[in-house]
Design a protein around this ligand. Structure first.
Ligand code: SF4
Ligand code: SF4
Length: 157
């Protein structure tokens, strides 16, 4: 398989339909305390993999990465990812050690928040239909930004 993680700053909260997206983790844990199980090797997004998520959306089950869209993403402020900022400010750390994440070298959130981002990352579900109060706040803030800037986020959670 081609090294799809090479030479790109990666968004760690991508959607299946995003160009070049691949799976780097599977959501496990419980409904109220989801935890990402990190894959040793990223997997390409195939129809077969998407079918495994059915009937829920792939982003409720998998975490996917894709090259960060930077200025084409509503969450990008010209320098940083606002989604990562919100996660750093509003979510608690849920693990004590750096998770064994295969995309760390190129991850936008890691570049921005370092270890603090990684300690919070395992609870993030790109599409959650049972969000905590805090994740609902973050989603609302993202939606507010969306309205202000008359755009549509390419990626989110
Ligand atoms: S949410 Fe947007 S700005 Fe943030 S990492 Fe993903 S693509 Fe980049
Ligand atoms: S924030 Fe850390 S744990 Fe999460 S995807 Fe990026 S490198 Fe991996």
């Amino acid at each position: 398989m081609e090294d799809i993680t090479a030479k790109n700053t990666l968004c760690p909260s991508a959607r299946a339909e995003s160009e070049d997206s691949f799976v780097f983790g599977v959501i496990s844990g419980t409904e109220t305390a989801p935890r990402l199980a990190y894959l040793k090797q990223p997997l390409p997004v195939t129809d077969e993999l998407i079918a495994k998520a059915s009937p829920v959306t792939p982003t409720e089950v998998f975490r996917m990465a894709t090259p960060c869209a930077s200025n084409r993403c509503i969450n990008f402020d010209g320098k940083d990812c606002r989604l990562a900022k919100q996660i750093l400010e509003k979510l608690p750390a849920v693990v004590e050690e750096l998770p064994p994440c295969s995309i760390r070298r190129d991850c936008r959130w890691w570049m921005q928040g370092g270890k603090a981002a990684c300690l919070r990352c395992p609870q993030v579900i790109t599409d959650s239909y049972n969000p905590s109060e805090v994740t609902r706040d973050i989603a609302k803030d993202a939606a507010d930004m969306d309205q202000q800037e008359l755009g549509k986020p390419l990626y989110g959670f």
